[in-house]
Design a protein around this ligand. Structure first.
Ligand code: XUL
Ligand code: CO
Length: 434
């Protein structure tokens, strides 16, 4: 036991009338929503990196947090960090967590030493998981922090870095499989460029496509049953990242023959950076058949960078879950809180309260989304708006050609009559539920 969370009891559902800040007011894991337990819809995960590895630094200032597991460059403190992490999982009772290799182990002097450290911590996780319900939603490799990755991982101009990336991902996939992980994520923070002046974009894209094919081949070789996920983000840390948004990723997957093998892990803040809404990214991925999982957080709409705040906007979250429910749910995916405290939120209590509040916001969003879907108002409006396409003549047009269509239009048989899109009426409808 660490002392870190001392005095904080496991969080219970006390209902909307409770004023206890460390209780769930809306998240009630066993409550049935559209025929399924709330916990099984939302599939919450804690992100190890933001909660336990990030030390409160920002571009203008260093560490603000002082944790019992600092400094993080030794195995003894990595174990204390793991103890604290699993204590928090016990307090929150969320079903999943996620890690990068670099968040959980200290970097060694050589690849082999880093791997030994990593495997020791994975064994420690395995032991802790054997007596608990908490499971691994996904593992991933941090191929962006260490200076070796400054020019990219699989897209690095140096083949030695490509090799290091391949070896690193292999170890992270092995560990993910060992812990029964349900997905494996690749986020390419530095798979892009700082300047086109020194970048051969076509070659880098080909290398990234080849790399992802190796990842998929390895998944099949080891019999990993989870889903491989790519996480779109348009920029930051690189000026431009190749996995810009859901649509760009889909084009990339298709070009390299991976659209049936790889899905997407969509993050709210990344959608905002790309100039989209979160529901836009979810609806795009769903329409293209590549909706995988979500990283739930919130960006500051004024600051223009990836602030990774805990979610607190119920109407936005409701629309995100609306599109997820419509698409049939998250399957092997989940809701990973890729979110960090503000750097002045120093206390263990802040970390717990941030997750409790976020889980409540998501529960409210899910319930609102389910209520809208069950009421059917938006779906009815959609049906009506596209009703013209229900006729056999309209459908046949899709299999015809420009000449045939021209003949009909030119003969005066077809004259469009514009109808209202009813946007305000639909926005008012949504407002009834959120
Ligand atoms: C960075 C980000 C990552 C990925 C995993 O913006 O979202 O934490 O989720 O590498
Ligand atoms: Co993320």
């Amino acid at each position: 036991m660490t002392e870190f969370f001392q005095g904080i009891a496991p969080i219970a559902h006390e209902g909307p009338d409770s004023t206890n800040p460390l209780a769930f007011h809306h998240y009630n894991p066993d409550e049935i929503v559209m025929g399924k337990r709330m916990e099984d819809h939302l599939r919450f995960a804690v992100a190890y990196w933001h909660s336990f590895a990030w030390e409160g630094n920002d571009p203008f200032g260093g560490q603000t947090f002082e944790r019992p597991w600092h400094p993080q460059d030794r195995m003894t403190t990595a174990r204390i960090k793991a103890d604290a992490a699993f204590e928090m999982f016990d307090i929150l009772g969320q079903p999943y967590f996620c890690w990068h290799d670099a968040d959980i182990r200290p970097e060694g002097d050589t690849f082999a030493e880093s791997l030994r450290n990593f495997e020791e911590i994975i064994a420690c996780f395995e032991e802790k998981m054997s007596t608990r319900k908490v499971r691994l939603l996904w593992g991933t490799a941090n191929m962006f922090s260490h200076r070796r990755w400054m020019g990219g991982a699989s897209t690095n101009p140096d083949p030695d870095v490509f090799a290091y990336s391949a070896a690193t991902v292999k170890t992270c996939m092995d560990a993910t499989m060992k812990l029964g992980g349900e997905n494996y994520v690749l986020w390419g923070g530095r798979e892009g460029y700082e300047t086109l002046l020194n970048t051969d974009m076509g070659r880098e894209l080909d290398h990234m496509g080849r790399f992802l094919n190796m990842v998929v081949d390895y998944k099949h070789k080891i019999g990993f049953q989870g889903t491989i996920l790519v996480e779109p983000k348009p920029q930051e840390p690189s000026k431009h990242q190749y996995d810009y948004d859901a649509a760009t990723c889909y084009g990339f997957l298709q070009k390299y023959g991976l659209e049936n093998e790889v899905k997407l892990n969509l993050e709210q803040g990344h959608a905002i950076l790309a100039g989209h809404s979160f529901e836009h990214e979810i609806a795009t991925a769903a329409a293209l058949g590549v909706l995988g999982s979500i990283d739930m957080n919130r960006n500051d709409y004024q600051s223009g960078w990836d602030t990774d705040q805990f979610p607190n906007n119920v109407p936005e979250v409701a629309l995100a879950y609306y599109h997820i429910l419509k698409a049939g749910g998250l399957a092997t995916g989940g809701t990973n809180f890729d979110a960090k405290l503000r750097r002045q939120s120093l206390d263990a209590r802040d970390l717990i309260a941030a997750h409790v509040g976020a889980m409540d916001v998501c529960a409210r969003g899910l319930k609102a989304a389910a209520a809208m879907l069950e009421d059917g108002g938006l779906e009815d409006a959609l049906k009506e708006r596209y009703a013209g396409w229900d006729t056999p003549e309209a459908r046949a047009m899709l299999n015809s050609d420009l000449d045939t269509i021209f003949d009909k239009v030119n003969a005066g048989a077809i004259t469009p009559s514009p109808r209202s899109g009813r946007q305000e009426i639909l926005e008012n409808y949504v407002n009834r539920f959120v």
